[in-house]
Structure formats: C-alpha cells, structure tokens
Design a protein around this ligand. Structure first.
Ligand SMILES: Cc1cc2nc3c(=O)[nH]c(=O)nc-3n(C[C@H](O)[C@H](O)[C@H](O)COP(=O)(O)OP(=O)(O)OC[C@H]3O[C@@H](n4cnc5c(N)ncnc54)[C@H](O)[C@@H]3O)c2cc1C
Length: 467
C-alpha cells in the first residue's frame, strides 16, 4: 500500500526528501509555514519585494540588516533592487554535477546548471588564484594520497582531534595556511580548537573522490533548486501547502501518526521534520523522548556571519567568475582570526541574477551567533569585508550602486564542532525522522541538508523496500 508521508518545512532538506520519495511513489504532503519555498535557502525577487516583506522574512530566519548603503528605505523607495534576484544572504555551495546537490537533482531525474570555480586567496598585494596551485598539489601529493586512501577508522580517531592540534603536529609551510582556512570555511566556525580534524578531512576526502568544484552557484539563484524539487513533487501528485504551519505532531503508542494545523488533523504513516531541531519541542511534547535527547537538542548552537551584497557598475574581467578567501589576523573575535569569502560567481552574466551591466558580488565573514548580534562587533566585521573588497577593487565605492549587509545567527542550524553533536536522522519515536542541516549527515549547510535527505531516502527504501 502507498505510504503517506508528511514533510514539515520546505527548506532544501524538506524539498529534497519530498522530491526523492514522491518520485518513488510515496504519497507526499509538504507543509510550510511561510508563503515562500526554500527556508534559509530562499530567494527574493527584487522586482516585487517590499521593504516590509524583506524585514519580516529576514526576522523569521534569525537575520537582520545592520548596515546598508544607501539606507534600506532609499534602496526600496528608489526601486534599486529592480532586476535583481537576491538570496537571504551569501550563498555558495559545491559546484558541478557531482556535487551533493548536483547528485540529488540527478536522482530526481532533473537538471540544474551549476556555475563552478576554484578558490583564491586575498593577500596584501592583491590575490593569488588558485590558492592551491599545481606545484602545491605535487608538494602535498603524498599527504593528499594518504588522506584519499585513509579509512573510516583513521577518520574516527581524528574526529576528536582539533584542527589547532593537527596544525601543531603536522602543519608546515603553505599547508598551515590551508589548514587555517578550509576547515573554517567548511564549518563556518573560526575557533580552530572547536573544529574536528576527522570531520574536515572527511569532507575534503568526499569532494576529492567525487571531483566536484569547491565553489558553485546555481544559474538563476538558489530558487532554481527549490523550484526544481517542488515541481518534481507536484509532477508526482504530491501536495505542497504554503502558509500552513504545523502546530503538533501526533504520537500514538510511541509512533508518529499524523499532524495538526490550525484547522485540521491529518493522518500519515511517516512524519519527517525539516524544522530547526532546537524548535522541535514546540510541536511535539518532550514527554515522548528520553530526557538526555531533549536536553541535547535544546543545547545545540548554530553558526553566524555578517554577509554583504555589493552591486557594482564595473568589475575587472579577471575577477569575474572567481572566488576568494581572506583571513583577518587578531580580529578580536572568538577564534582570534576571522575567515571570510568574497565571490564573483554571482557577477557572471550567465548567473542571471542582476540587470544588464550591473554586477552582484557576494561576501561573508564568519563569526559566532552571539557576535552576529553585537552591533560593535558587526561594525568591525563590516570594515574587514570592505577592506578586502578594496584590495581586489581599489576605490570600489566609486563603482557602487548599493550595498546590503545582512547578519545571521542561525546560518547553519547546528554548528559542526567537536562538542556540538548533531542528532541522528532517525529519532527515538518510530516513523518520525529529521532532515536538514541540523542532523548527522556529511557536509554543512545546504550539503548537509541535501545529504540527510538522500540518507533518509536509502533508509526508508531498506525499511519498506518500495523502489
Ligand atoms: C544568510 C545565510 C547564508 C548562508 N550561506 C550558506 C552557504 O554559503 N552555503 C551553504 O551550504 N549554506 C549556507 N547557509 C545555510 C543554508 O541556507 C541552510 O543550511 C539550509 O538552507 C538549511 O536547510 P534546511 O533543509 O535545514 O531547512 P530550513 O531552511 O531551516 O527550512 C526549514 C523550513 O521549515 C519551516 N518551518 C518551521 N517550522 C514550521 C512549522 N511548524 N510548520 C511548517 N513549516 C515550518 C521554515 O519556515 C523553513 O522554511 C546560509 C544560511 C543563511 C541564512
């Protein structure tokens, strides 16, 4: 008999599992409390967006805009966002068809074009691109090969070793810079004492094996991903209810059996929650779970950042399509140094997210959720973002149409650090599962959300053998 599945939340994890299961013949119903798809991967249409909607939506996703140039009122009153497609803030993922998102899209029988690039590094004299040259690859080849071939038992041993320790033991020359940069970007955490070596190496190993490009962005913006999955759900007779909040998950004899909205009760065989795990107990009573499970979920922390979108009239063609990291030493924040990224993939005309002859540059700098709420810290971080853009584009202010700096204190739902352990996809309640960036799955952010959906898809196939 066809299994009836409820997905709570149309974030990228919810949409991916909805598309995968509906394609296999499950009867999928998805409920999203907001009127837009995508969750933290949502995209605004600059032609129709109002200042009120913009502020409201950001506040629902733990975000605000502490700075802009000119003021947000002027940007909206003068229709300066007309012709732009804007994500909530800086968004970049792995590129290529073999990336995590690329493979999930292929699994659902669809296609989205991903623009991809390598990573460069901004330094005092300008930049180096790529950061890892062919010469470096030869120099690092023995270590890369060792990493490529090392098994899960080595990775497990390294899970508890921080990157700070790994640098002390093995780091030399340029390898130190790479170990200081990439694990920070791969976790959105600046504090090297909190980042697990095993986790960081596992992520690198997985992308080495797949041959994806380190940075990618979908043509047409993140909305192309959400649209692809939601259309797949509808094509397979699944239902998507926007603007419908789930108030309660119904539990019968220790098993999830349905959900309640304001006006109706629905029965399901399987319930999949895509909401932030810290909010799970708003819709399901704690009494159904072991106490340590509840305490752990409630204690989990997210990650933060200050993002910046710059719209420029002109960009040196040698920058367009490239992505750059930077490191600010002694930045006066947790982890001491702050790592950020400025990227010009969104400035490619084929990205299709800005009007003709305007160039959208996106950037972000990592901080903790607490730092993302402190105006004083944010002012320092903004200076760092601007200073690094200035190195790439001297006097960029003379080319600026507008700049918006959103800050976020739940960029990743749960930070992937040594002491912040994400919960499993399978919960202690039967027929209740979790997907999204808050649960145990490879990668962070969008990759983690998509991978959790692919893992659950396999898990259910083994359980119900429906393929
Ligand atoms: C500014 C910013 C920049 C980011 N940059 C990157 C990046 O560069 N790379 C990257 O990989 N990731 C990035 N991320 C993280 C990435 O966006 C998230 O990891 C990803 O979108 C999370 O997806 P998810 O499936 O976990 O669900 P979410 O996006 O959290 O979606 C959950 C959905 O559930 C809905 N919901 C909640 N409660 C209910 C309810 N009771 N009933 C119905 N619906 C409900 C919510 O409205 C939401 O739509 C960024 C995030 C932000 C905010």
């Amino acid at each position: 008999m066809t299994k009836k599945v409820c997905v709570i939340g149309a974030g990228i994890g919810g949409l991916t599992i909805g598309a995968l299961l509906s394609k296999k013949g499950y009867s999928v119903t998805l409920f999203e409390k907001e009127k837009i798809l995508g969750g933290r991967s949502l995209t605004f249409n600059g032609d129709t967006l109002t200042l009120e909607d913009y502020r409201n939506t950001l506040s629902k996703f733990s975000m605000s805009v502490p700075f802009s140039e000119p003021s947000l009122e002027d940007i909206f009153n003068k229709n300066m966002l007309k012709g732009y497609t804007l994500d909530l803030g800086f968004h970049s993922i792995e590129g290529g068809t073999m990336s995590d998102i690329g493979r999930a899209i292929i699994d659902t029988g669809n296609k989205v074009e991903m623009l991809g690039t390598k990573l460069g590094l901004i330094n005092n004299n300008g930049f180096m691109f790529p950061l890892v040259t062919t010469k470096d690859k030869f120099r690092f080849l023995p270590s890369i090969l060792r990493l490529y071939l090392s098994g899960e038992s080595t990775m497990k041993r390294l899970d508890k070793q921080s990157i700070a320790e790994t640098i002390k033991i093995y780091g030399k020359g340029k390898m130190i810079t790479i170990l200081e940069l990439l694990p920070r970007v791969a976790t959105t955490v600046n504090d090297l004492n909190k980042i697990s070596t095993g986790e960081s190496f596992r992520a690198t190993q997985s992308s080495l094996r797949r041959g994806s490009s380190p940075v990618g962005y979908p043509r047409g913006g993140l909305v192309s991903l959400s649209n692809t999955f939601s259309e797949e759900i509808k094509r397979n007779n699944g239902k998507i209810h926007l603007g419908k909040k789930i108030n309660e998950i119904i539990i019968d004899n220790g098993s999830a059996s349905g959900v309640k909205t304001d006006d109706k009760e629905y029965n399901f065989d399987i319930v999949i929650s895509n909401i932030l795990v810290q909010h799970l107990f708003n819709i399901i009573s704690e009494k159904h779970f072991p106490k340590n499970y509840v305490d752990n979920l409630k204690s989990l922390e997210g990650t933060g950042s200050l993002c910046a979108y710059y719209s420029l009239n002109k960009i040196d063609p040698k920058l367009i399509g490239k992505s750059f990291l930077f490191i600010e030493r002694d930045a006066g924040i947790k982890g001491n140094d702050a790592v950020g990224m400025i990227e010009f993939v969104t400035a490619l005309p084929e990205a299709g997210i800005s009007p003709n002859s305007k160039y959208l540059v996106q950037s972000y700098i990592i901080c903790t959720p607490e730092e993302a709420k402190s105006k004083k810290t944010l002012e320092k971080l903004r200076e760092m973002l601007d200073r690094n853009l200035e190195i790439l584009i001297p006097n960029f202010h003379s080319l600026l149409n507008w700049a918006i700096y959103p800050t976020v204190w739940h960029l990743d739902g749960v930070a992937k650090t040594i002491d912040n352990i994400k919960p499993d996809i399978k919960t202690p309640i039967s027929n209740l599962y979790l997907v999204g960036d808050c649960v145990k799955a490879p990668g962070i952010g969008i990759n983690c959300a998509v991978n959790s959906a692919r893992i659950l898809d396999d898990m259910l196939e083994k359980t119900f053998n429906t393929s």
